[in-house]
Design a binder for this molecule. Structure first.
Ligand code: IMP
Length: 429
C-alpha cells in the first residue's frame, strides 16, 4: 500500500497526528499538503507530549522524510521555532523538506486575519488568527509570496510591494492604522533564505519517483472535511482543500496513485470556532465530554464545542473523500455513560434528511435525530483487541461502522501510541 491519505472526517482535532504517527516507522515520506500552523497535532511518544502546529507528525519518526508540500502555507517564524524546540529535545529535523511552491504567510497577513474578523463583526469566523485565510486569498489573487521568492530579493520586494499596495490602503483608510513598511517585510523574509535553502526539494518529482520505486507515502491532511473550503460548512471553514482531493492538488501526486484513504473520527465530535454544529451539547453533558476528552485547542487553547457522534457527517466524509477506512479515536472518553446517543439523520423543517444538506440555512436549522446505544463502565484503556472490549463498546463500534458506510479499521482507547486496537492494519507489514 504505497500511498495513503489520512484526513479528518469531522471538524478537525480528531487525532490524525496519532494515526499518521503510528504508521511512521513503515513510512518513507509523511507529506503535509494543506493548511499551515492553524493545525495542532498532539503526539505522545514515551510519555513526552509534542504539540506540533506546522511540522508534519512524521518529523518524530527516524528514517522518515517529512515534507511540506505546495498546498501548505508556511509561517517561517513558526517553522524555525518548532524546529529549534524539537532540536532542543534531541530530535533530528535534518530530513525535513519543503516545496519551492509552498506559499509563505507574511507577517502582514496575520494582521489582515484580525482585520477581516473585526470587519465581519457578529458574522466572524473564529479563525485561529494565524493569517491562513488572507494567505490563501493572496494565492488565488496571484499576489502570494512563495518559498522560491526568497532567493530573488528584487522580485521578492516587488511582490511584497504589490501585496501591500492593496492591504496598506485598506488598513489606512478603514482603520486609520499605520501602513506596513515594504522594506521591513522584505528584509524579514530574506533573513530566512539561507536557513531554508538546504530544505528545498522538488516535491512533486521526488514523491512521484518515490512511488515508482515502491516507497510508501502518507499524506497527512490538516483540519477536516467539514472545514474544507468547498465541502465544509462554508463560510465557517478554513481556506484550503482539507479533503482527500487536496492531497493530490497540494502535492502533485495524481489520484490514480492513491491506494487508501483513511478518515479519522472521534467516537463523539468537536468543533472550534463558529458555525453550525447540529449535535452540539450545551451545559453539563458537553462539559463532561470536554473534561474527559481534554478538549481544548492545541493551537489556540480555546475550549472545543463538544457533541455526539454525527453519522450524517461521517457518511458525508466517506463520500467526499472516498474513504476506504475509518479510524475511531478516543472511545475511552465515552466510558461511564449509561447510554450513548448517535445522530443518524437530521430533521430539517419537519423532514428527515440523511444526506448532508447543501444549503447553509438548512444546516443551521438541522436538528439531530438520535438513536441511543447502551454504554459501558469497564476501563477499556488497556484493551488490545476488539474482543477485549466490553460487549456494549463492540456493539457501539459496529453500529458506527454501519451508519458511517465504511469499515472501522482501528480504535483508539487512550492517548499513547500503543493504546490502539487494530482490526485491519493501515499498512501491510
Ligand atoms: P483558519 O483556518 O485560522 O482560517 O480558521 C477558520 C476556521 O477553521 C475556524 O473555525 C478555526 O477554528 C477552524 N480551524 C482551523 N484549523 C483547525 C484545526 O486544526 N482544528 C480545528 N479547527 C480548525
Amino acid at each position: 500500500m504505497p500511498a495513503v491519505i489520512i484526513v479528518g472526517a469531522q471538524w478537525g482535532d480528531e487525532g490524525k497526528g496519532k494515526a499518521s504517527d503510528q504508521l511512521g516507522t513503515k513510512v518513507d515520506y509523511v507529506v503535509k499538503y494543506n493548511g499551515g500552523n492553524n493545525a495542532g497535532h498532539t503526539v505522545v511518544v514515551n510519555d513526552e507530549k509534542f504539540a506540533l502546529h506546522l511540522l508534519p507528525a512524521g518529523i518524530l519518526t527516524p528514517n522518515c522524510t517529512p515534507v511540506i508540500a505546495n498546498g501548505v502555507v508556511v509561517d517561517l517564524e513558526v517553522l524555525f521555532s518548532e524546529i529549534e524546540q524539537l532540536n532542543a529535545r534531541g530530535i533530528d529535523t535534518s530530513k525535513l523538506r519543503i516545496s519551492n511552491n509552498a506559499h509563505i504567510i507574511p507577517s502582514y497577513n496575520k494582521k489582515m486575519d484580525a482585520v477581516n474578523e473585526r470587519m465581519l463583526g457578529k458574522r466572524k469566523l473564529g479563525t485561529t488568527g494565524r493569517g491562513i485565510g488572507p494567505t490563501y486569498a493572496d494565492k488565488m489573487n496571484r499576489i502570494g509570496i512563495r518559498v522560491q521568492d526568497l532567493f530573488d530579493p528584487s522580485i521578492l520586494r516587488q511582490k511584497v510591494e504589490g501585496a501591500l499596495y492593496q492591504k496598506n490602503s485598506m488598513l489606512m483608510e478603514l482603520f486609520a492604522g499605520e501602513s506596513i513598511d515594504i522594506d521591513e517585510v522584505t528584509n524579514d523574509l530574506l533573513s530566512y533564505a539561507d536557513r531554508i535553502k538546504p530544505m528545498l526539494m522538488n516535491v512533486t518529482a521526488e514523491l512521484n519517483h518515490a512511488l515508482d520505486a515502491g516507497k510508501t507515502i502518507v499524506f497527512e491532511g490538516g483540519q477536516a472535511v467539514m472545514l474544507d473550503i468547498d465541502h465544509g460548512t462554508y463560510p465557517f471553514v478554513t481556506s484550503s482543500t482539507c479533503s482527500a482531493a487536496g492531497a493530490c492538488s497540494g502535492s502533485g501526486v495524481g489520484p490514480r496513485r492513491i491506494d487508501r484513504v483513511v478518515g479519522v473520527a472521534k467516537a463523539y465530535i468537536t468543533r472550534v470556532g463558529e458555525g453550525p454544529f447540529p449535535t452540539e451539547l450545551f451545559g453539563e453533558e458537553g462539559q463532561r465530554l470536554r473534561d474527559a476528552g481534554m478538549e481544548y485547542g492545541t493551537t489556540t487553547g480555546r475550549p472545543r464545542r463538544c457533541g455526539w457522534y454525527d453519522a450524517v457527517v461521517a457518511r458525508y466524509a466517506t463520500m467526499v473523500n472516498s474513504l476506504t477506512d475509518i479510524v475511531i479515536t478516543k472511545l475511552d472518553v465515552l466510558t461511564g455513560l449509561e447510554q450513548i446517543p448517535v445522530c443518524v439523520a437530521y430533521e430539517i423543517d419537519g423532514k428527515r434528511v440523511v444526506d448532508m444538506p447543501e444549503s447553509q440555512s438548512d444546516m443551521h436549522h438541522a436538528k439531530p435525530i438520535y438513536e441511543y446505544f447502551a454504554g459501558w463502565t469497564e476501563d477499556i484503556s488497556q484493551c488490545a483487541t476488539f474482543a477485549d472490549l466490553p460487549a456494549n463498546a463492540q456493539a457501539y463500534i459496529l453500529k458506527l461502522e454501519e451508519l458511517s458506510g465504511c469499515r472501522i479499521s482501528s480504535i483508539g482507547v487512550g492517548p499513547e501510541r500503543e493504546q490502539t486496537i487494530v482490526r485491519t492494519p493501515l499498512l501491510a507489514d
